[in-house]
Design a protein around this ligand. Structure first.
Ligand code: ADP
Ligand code: MG
Ligand code: ZN
Length: 501
């Protein structure tokens, strides 16, 4: 049984907490020199250090420290003057050392915040400040592959394989403090936070932040309490891999917990697995306590003590946060607050900016990303940022339209071609033969056919109802599969009907 979301949040208050893991885009792993590139033959990017062989000694990756400090600074955190790594002990086949090198009571960055925009009651953006507890550095695990079963899960598999290429890739964990007081917007705030965080990280250039490839993944903590009562017990939904799922994971937990609490049942502290297909989660393991991990300071690594002068340099060189870039876009390009809110919601703001930076006028860049590209993302069930098209390519399509080489309809086909891997926009135009036809001789036949097919409409136009010509233009466009130059078609039609345009 569940209680509908809105009803649940009129009876209970939700507390949410988000733990976000980001794989850094460093060239080498966290504690060794192994290559981090994706898609190599299994177990070719390994060495004694990341395989945890006896006697191997790790060394901290300075670039990873720098990226983590920059993330901390962008989130308004304090940067530790001195901190250590810790061993988090547990066994897992994809973790060859039998402990994860992480940070525990001495994280590199603490106590920041991220402001996120969520639509208020009247639709204009309102700022919600999400407090950040800590940003720390750790290492990723390898990947298990369960073979021989129908589902790819361990149940029913005949054997399992493990690939350690990912083991030891630097992973930053960004943990929020409990977020309270979001009322009925708990799920929306959670989504907006992850979206904003992703834009911040993308702006810093520290990660490719691709949720569907797992370089950005989120654990979603939710608890409910009755107003005036202490916070409830939280559940933690693991590895939520899209923005939409972040929102759905909060919603489904609110609905599930509200029903249990209403029936006087307890919420157990547990991890849960989110299922993309149903939007629901199922219980995982009951949650370990920190003491189960027997954390202790890593004896093989020197402490990290970033020079304050270096931290100040990194701070001075931070890029503008997305909120500032958004304001600049709004002001310089004459877009309304509502427009930029729409772009934030569709996850295309940074893409629009980049398209403008590649030379497209703002309005056209906006129309492309909120129109055909947002639709393509929707159809494929991915984020617009994850579509296989670059802002520079979108800018080129816009340029082809404004030069008259393409119509809006043809531009869509060019975009489809780029998304289908047919190459650059110009390659698609050539490959699919998509140039606009404005040659009057070539269009004459289609114009005559349209007039012959719709004599009643032709008569209306002749009688002075000039706007009726639109139906005939439409027919010609259809017959030429969108390739006709519409103003030329209109002029030809009116000439043939003996009417002044
Ligand atoms: P763990 O690794 O055990 O999950 P963390 O401290 O890393 O613990 O993360 C816990 C997350 O849950 C944090 O984001 C925290 O703010 C959040 N949290 C803590 N208490 C609650 C609660 N009662 N309801 C919802 N979220 C909570
Ligand atoms: Mg956790
Ligand atoms: Zn290695």
């Amino acid at each position: 049984m569940t209680v509908p979301y809105d009803q649940a949040l009129s009876e209970f208050e939700a507390v949410i907490g988000l733990e976000t893991h980001v794989e850094l885009g460093t060239a080498a792993k966290m504690f060794c020199g192994c290559d981090t590139s994706f898609g190599a033959e299994p177990n070719t990017h390994t060495c004694p250090v990341c395989l945890g062989l006896p006697g191997a000694l790790p060394v901290v990756n300075a670039q990873a420290i720098e990226s983590t400090i920059r993330i901390g600074l962008a989130l308004h955190c304090d940067i530790a003057a001195w901190c250590r790594f810790a061993r988090k002990n547990y066994f897992y086949p994809d973790m060859p050392k039998n402990f994860q090198t992480s940070q525990y009571d001495e994280p590199l960055c603490t106590g920041g915040y991220l402001d996120v925009d969520v639509p208020g009651e009247d639709g204009t953006p309102e700022v919600v400040r999400v407090p950040i507890e800590r940003v720390h550095l750790e290492e990723d695990t390898g990947k298990s592959l369960h073979v021989g079963g129908a589902t790819g899960r361990i149940h029913g598999a005949s054997h399992s394989l493990v690939d350690y290429n990912r083991a030891g890739i630097p992973l930053v964990e960004i943990v929020t403090r409990p977020v309270v007081g979001t009322g009925p917007r708990a799920a929306e705030v959670a989504r907006a936070y992850v979206a904003e965080l992703r834009d911040v990280l993308r702006g810093l250039g520290v990660s490719d932040v691709r949720m569907e490839q797992g370089s950005l993944r989120c654990d979603v903590n939710v608890s409910l309490n009755r107003p005036g009562q202490p916070w409830g017990t939280r559940s933690e939904t693991k590895n939520v891999n899209s923005l939409r799922s972040v929102e759905r994971a909060v919603r489904s937990e609110v609905e599930r917990q509200a029903a249990r609490l209403r029936d006087g049942e307890r919420i157990v502290q547990e991890t849960r697995h989110f299922h993309e297909d149903t939007g629901l989660s199922t219980p995982g393991r009951s949650k370990e306590e920190a003491t189960d991990y027997r954390y202790f300071p890593e004896p093989d690594l020197a402490p990290v003590a970033p020079d304050p002068a270096w931290v100040a340099e990194l701070r001075a060189a931070l890029p503008d946060p997305p909120s500032v870039r958004r304001k600049r876009l709004t002001a310089e390009l004459g877009l309304s607050a509502r427009d930029s809110a729409a772009m934030v919601n569709a996850g295309v703001l940074d893409l629009v900016l980049a398209t403008v930076e590649a030379g497209a006028p703002a309005a056209e860049a906006r129309n492309m990303w909120l129109g055909p590209l947002a639709q393509a993302a929707n159809t494929r069930g991915v984020e617009a940022a994850d579509l296989p098209v670059a802002p520079a390519q979108v800018a080129r399509v816009v340029e082809l339209v404004s030069s008259g080489a393409l119509t809006a309809g043809l531009a869509r086909q060019v975009v489809d071609g780029v998304l289908a891997g047919e190459g650059e926009p110009d390659d698609v135009v050539a490959g699919r033969g998509l140039a606009v036809v404005s040659d009057e001789g070539a269009l004459g036949e289609a114009v005559d056919a349209a007039l012959a097919a719709q004599p009643a409409v032709a008569e209306k136009v002749r009688a002075g109802k000039v706007q009726a010509v639109g139906a005939l233009v439409g027919a010609v466009m259809k017959a030429t599969r969108g390739q006709a130059d519409a103003p030329v078609v209109r002029r030809l039609l009116l000439e043939r009907l003996g009417v002044e345009g």
